[in-house]
Design a protein around this ligand. Structure first.
Ligand code: SF4
Ligand code: SF4
Length: 407
């Protein structure tokens, strides 16, 4: 193990400046002043948790290859040791901060998609998944990926039972030493007559070689999700939460919301840090993926992940965010989708809206929206979906708004 990787309880100012040749740029870009630089000095190491049956001890906040490269050196210093979608890095683009560490001290995940279409229309193809990972290993020069992840997951329990293409591809690659562990990121597929993510994940825990799963999870979710996470913990099955920051991007840009947040009852808390603490306070959950745009955000998330305990003001902030989201931000629960006679992928459309409004990734959102077989214009305004939405979203109006934004 690399000494720096494990014996540093915080970033010294010297380390902070040294983290990359662009450290100074990061400061300038994010507007960090002496105050935040001082905060960097005291950044503690992120807690690590066992990623279920993989046995890997991963950081409670995991990193992603699409993070701003400026923040990666600090993330590594703070103990982020698991990198999501690592196949996007080639030997040339993989950050030095990661590849300069001993290979066994960090974990890289390769994400495998269906082929011949998107996550709904595409299919599982053992040979193509196998070749994809083999080529990714060669291009990245990483030797192996720690985790092979089936992206978007199975459409149904039936498919998981009968289609062994993903598992076979994994087993072949594992035999060749190119991958080590098998995980899944599971979406809901009720809209195409499939199953809900938590039902598929619960099945996989008992009936397959999968060792861990990633799925949507945020404050305000139905208890069902917390129950599946608790069951996973019991069965030593790893769990990573994704799409955790419900509507935070649009709340951040809303003056009225910001004015409310200045009230004394929210003092010392922000909805973002409160959300990180809320996620971390669940001992059954292994980790979370949190979109990180800049240095300040990373710094705040790291501090919150370490603090973990939710204060009363944190609870107030989360409730304020939930109230702000009510009627406008989709929680991606998919409760509405089976009600639609037109089989519109409502939750997918509203996920793309989140890319645009919360992550500020308009082109990505538009590109995804373009791939839909049926977009918001297919809505016949029957209203059948609306009683299912506990967030009280006016889905008819919302689909029109999203089409205007992304269509
Ligand atoms: S209102 Fe539109 S989206 Fe809702 S069920 Fe009817 S057609 Fe589907
Ligand atoms: S619109 Fe409402 S019911 Fe449909 S996925 Fe979003 S939150 Fe769930």
């Amino acid at each position: 193990m690399n000494k720096n990787h494990h014996d540093t309880n915080g970033l010294s100012r010297r380390d902070f400046i040294k983290v990359s040749a662009t450290g100074a740029t990061a400061l300038a870009l994010t507007g960090m002043g002496a105050l935040n630089a001082t905060a960097a000095e005291s950044t503690p190491q992120l807690p690590r948790r066992r990623y279920g049956r993989t046995g890997l001890q991963i950081s409670a906040l995991v990193g992603a290859s699409d993070w701003n490269p400026e923040v990666i050196p600090l993330a590594v210093k703070a103990g982020v040791n698991y990198w999501h979608k690592a196949q996007k890095w080639t030997a040339e683009t993989m950050p030095d901060a990661i590849k300069s560490q001993p290979r066994e001290s960090y974990y890289l995940e390769v994400v495998v998609d269906r082929v011949g279409g998107d996550n709904k229309r595409g299919h599982i193809d053992e040979e193509q998944h196998y070749q994809f990972v083999k080529q990714a290993v060669a291009k990245s020069d990483v030797g192996y990926y720690d985790v092979f992840k089936f992206h978007f997951g199975y459409h149904s329990i039936e498919e998981a039972k009968t289609n062994l293409g993903v598992i076979n591809a994994f087993e072949r690659l594992k035999k060749e030493g190119l991958v080590k562990h098998l995980c899944i990121s599971q979406h809901h597929y009720k809209d195409i007559n499939g199953d809900m993510a938590f039902d598929i994940v619960a099945y996989l825990m008992d009936h397959s070689p999968f060792e861990a799963a990633q799925f949507f999870h945020t404050y305000g979710d139905e208890k069902q999700i917390a129950d599946v996470i608790a069951l996973a913990k019991q069965k030593d099955f790893g769990t990573i939460a994704m799409k955790t920051m419900r509507g935070l991007g649009r709340a951040g840009a809303d003056d009225k919301f910001q004015a409310l947040l200045a009230e004394p009852r929210y003092k010392g808390s922000t909805p973002g840090t409160a959300m990180v603490k809320w996620i971390m306070s669940n001992p059954n959950l292994t980790a979370a993926v949190i979109a990180t745009k800049n240095f300040d955000q990373l710094q705040e998330n790291l501090a919150a992940a370490h603090a973990a305990t939710l204060s009363m003001n944190d609870r107030h902030s989360l409730d304020l965010l939930a109230a702000f989201n009510k009627g406008q931000t989709c929680l991606l629960c998919s409760a509405c989708v089976t009600r639609c006679p037109e089989e519109i992928a409502i939750a997918d459309i509203l996920r793309y809206e989140r890319y645009a409004l919360d992550y500020h990734e308009l082109s990505r959102a538009r590109a995804e929206y373009k791939t839909l077989t049926k977009n918001g214009t297919a809505c016949i305004a029957c209203g059948d979906c609306m009683p299912a939405c506990k967030e009280d979203i006016n889905i008819i109006a919302k689909l029109k708004q999203v089409h205007n934004l992304l269509g």
